[in-house]
Design a binder for this molecule. Structure first.
Ligand SMILES: Cc1cc2nc3c(=O)[nH]c(=O)nc-3n(C[C@H](O)[C@H](O)[C@H](O)COP(=O)(O)O)c2cc1C
Length: 182
């Protein structure tokens, strides 16, 4: 199974990027093929009608076309989607053929705040539904992530770690049913 992961902020010390790399490591340890899009890979020019899609958007578009599932690990900015991630999604939504239709997506977030970025995921669900992607009902959120993620992005609380395994496993099972290996 090929799983794409996108997210993190543009900060080198991004907590969400750290969590993303941890999730990518878990997937690789299970023998899944992963493509990661994080940090500078998502620093794309602002979408503008008439501009040719930048190379970064083309690479992401192709990875999403090949993927059987997408894991988004998103910071929450003012209860919404950070601009650089929304911009990347907007680019891809203008490029055919659409990779979004029926694409299983697992939403994840980490924040130093008490809600773990959960409010931003509400905004993600509306955007994904608009594009025809299938957001998994569960989600991974890490509150107080500045204290609750270790240096490799793994949750330090055993209950959170178990919840990550359970949610990731449930998502992969659904993605395998919706998008069997070619
Ligand atoms: C413009 C801006 C808005 C933010 N809004 C929220 C918010 O609504 N909820 C929240 O939990 N954290 C908010 N934060 C704090 C981020 O969660 C925090 O900076 C986090 O570390 C960002 O993710 P990163 O570590 O991956 O860069 C905001 C940060 C910025 C810069």
């Amino acid at each position: 199974m090929h799983v794409a992961l996108m997210g993190g902020s543009l900060r080198p010390a991004s907590l969400n990027a750290r969590l993303l790399h941890h999730l990518a490591g878990l997937l690789e340890a299970q023998g899944r093929e992963v493509s990661t899009f994080v940090g500078e890979a998502l620093r794309l020019p602002l979408y503008e009608e008439g501009l040719a899609a930048p190379e970064g958007a083309q690479v992401l578009h192709e990875a999403l076309r090949q993927a059987q599932g997408l894991v988004i690990v998103s910071p929450e900015y003012n209860s919404g989607i950070p601009g650089h991630l929304k911009n990347a999604v907007d680019w891809i939504s203008t490029m055919g053929p659409s990779p979004w239709q029926g694409l299983p997506v697992l939403l994840c977030a980490a924040s130093p705040g008490a809600f773990g970025g959960a409010r931003g995921l509400v905004a993600w669900r509306a955007t994904l539904a608009n594009m025809g992607a299938l957001a998994y009902p569960g989600a991974i959120t890490v509150p107080h992530a500045d204290q609750q993620l270790d240096e490799h992005g793994a949750p330090t609380d055993p209950r959170s770690a178990a919840s990550v395994d359970k949610t990731l496993g449930g998502f992969l099972a659904l993605a395998a049913r919706l998008r069997p290996e070619p």
